[in-house]
Design a protein around this ligand. Structure first.
Ligand code: TYD
Length: 211
């Protein structure tokens, strides 16, 4: 497929959003045609599914239902928005993707990576990211950053132990996919982290002949 698909991952509070903003500015300043999206969400239907998933009142939701809802939202997102944008040659940047499901539902909810990949084999429609940036910050530090921000959603409100398992899930993914996932130490200044992001992205853009 044409285009370039970049996903961004990290534990809650890893500084992902700030880094995505800087990355988008960097790419836009280069005159590149980019599409930003996020998961769960990215299309009208997927955003509705997002509301159900993150609703703090849905305390009885089982892990399997949660994983299937993330996959359903993803399926709609991939078919309606991501694949058409890539086919048009665009650079798609997505805040979270299937690795989040492996880390959160697979590792933290204990469903296992294999079950999550099986569920997502429908949702992905054969698509995987060209590059995934993983903002690496210990869950203890991430949770502290989030707590100071706003009311927590259902996933953020989970105990520290849950977030530690998410983090371990991501570490496992980094080992499994060293060619695709670029781990970036997020416990540094915004500028220093951004420099590492730019280095990785420049490499990808060259490989894909965008620059
Ligand atoms: P969001 O507010 O977008 O969090 P963040 O700013 O940290 O990205 O909420 C998304 C939440 O959903 C986040 O806690 C991670 C979780 N999530 C999963 O558990 N599985 C998934 O497949 C995805 C995409 C997200």
């Amino acid at each position: 497929m044409k285009g370039c698909f970049i996903t961004v991952e990290g534990t809650d509070g890893s500084g992902k959003s700030t880094q995505i903003e800087l990355l988008m500015k960097y790419l836009t300043d280069k005159g590149l045609d980019i599409v930003f999206s996020r998961e769960p969400g990215g299309t009208e239907i997927s955003e509705k599914i997002r509301e159900i998933i993150l609703d703090i009142d849905n305390k009885n939701m089982t892990g399997t239902t949660e994983a299937l809802l993330y996959a359903a939202a993803r399926s709609q997102h991939v078919e309606e928005k991501i694949i058409p944008a890539l086919e048009a040659g665009k650079i798609v940047i997505c805040d979270r993707f299937v690795d989040s499901s492996i880390a959160y539902q697979g590792a933290a909810r204990n469903l296992g990576a294999d079950v999550i990949m099986q569920m997502n084999s429908f949702a992905l429609h054969g698509l995987m990211p060209d590059m995934t940036l993983f903002f690496d910050l210990s869950p203890e530090k991430g949770i502290l950053r989030k707590k100071n921000e706003r009311a927590l959603d259902r996933l953020e409100a989970e105990k520290l132990d849950f977030h530690k398992r998410v983090y371990e899930g991501y570490r496992m993914l980094c080992k499994m996919y060293p060619d695709r996932i670029v781990p970036i130490d997020a416990d540094r200044s915004v500028e220093t982290v951004h420099k590492d992001v730019v280095e990785a992205i420049d490499r990808l853009l060259k490989e894909k002949h965008y620059v």
